[in-house]
Design a protein around this ligand. Sequence first.
Ligand code: HMG
Ligand code: MG
Length: 326
Amino acid sequence: RTDSRVRIVEVGPRDGLQNEKKSIPLATKIELVERLAKTGVSFIEAGSFVSPKWVPQMDNSSEILEHILTTKRPSPVPITYSFLAPNAKGIDNASALLQKHVGAYLTQAESFAGANDKPAIELAVFAAATESFSKKNLNCDIATSLERFKDVIQGAKQLGIRARAYISVVLGCPFEGYDVDPHRVAEIATSLLEMGADEISLGDTTGMGTAPRTQELLKCMAAAGIRSEDIAMHFHDTYGQALVNTAISLERGIRTFDSAVGGLGGCPYSPGATGNVATENMVYFLESLGMETGIDLDAMADIGQWISGELGRPNDAAVGKAVLGA
Ligand code: HMG
Ligand code: MG
């Protein structure tokens, strides 16, 4: 791919919905995924195999995965659908469904070969950069979480699918403030890559990241020998710094960014954190720099307006509202 090509990972159906208090009907979740699949986006994070006691909103992720595996859909580009899985139970639940529908999804090797008649599936683990956040989000310390992720990543590899690995609170922690060590982030990323993760997504969960701190973190990653093509950036926009931090990341060679349609999102275990950077804002910004996202901005804006209405919340995508004249 050329240097001007940017990959957007649309996390709206997972990060965007997980924090909504009111139970969202399965049909609405599926409609969101199906509408996104028509926009040209090539990665959609569609659900989460976590404990329903911890995150009740993600309880019907099995149904969403099963829908994806059993529905024929013409999409403009090959699409990889991603699901979080933090432990053995998560990978067991996902893998039971994948084995039931073996042949209905592309393995990683097939998706590399450019086939697009079927969906590709990816599983994602999520570590934290601080002990307090690890305890709140995963109920265990970082070392224990990494042990568990080894099994999940190995399980994904056995299924022949991609494994993504998040690291949360890399630029600020709701419990430890700005006191997050970028060297520790690089160390955790190295462990996850050694376990076989295909990509590290660096989460600014709280949106506390600033341009200098983003710069410092990415320098530290490079100094640890981590390649920019193995890194994705995942900015929440709580402080309105996401696009500035995106610009810094682009300068440092990063070409994969997570965002959520309508600026949906938030982490239930990060008090006060608001949505992911809006996909509409991200696409407009990147295309203004001459970068290609492959995403139809008008279609994305329509979806942002529609899903915000469904959730009874204001549309948080400034660009979406502007292009719609809303
Ligand atoms: P625990 O309570 O220590 O787990 O939680 P446990 O192993 O003791 O199990 C407790 C119960 O949960 C048992 O059920 C298990 O079967 C069940 P019971 O016997 O009581 O009936 N259970 C599960 N059920 C379904 N799927 C599973 C599963 N695991 C256990 N996978 C655990 C540990 C990891 C499960 C819990 O802490 C958890 O689910 N945490 C997830 C929290 C979460 O989803 N947070 C949001 C996603 S991360 C995020 O948003 C950040 C990100 O966007 C990046 C960024 O912005 O930084 C990715
Ligand atoms: Mg997030």
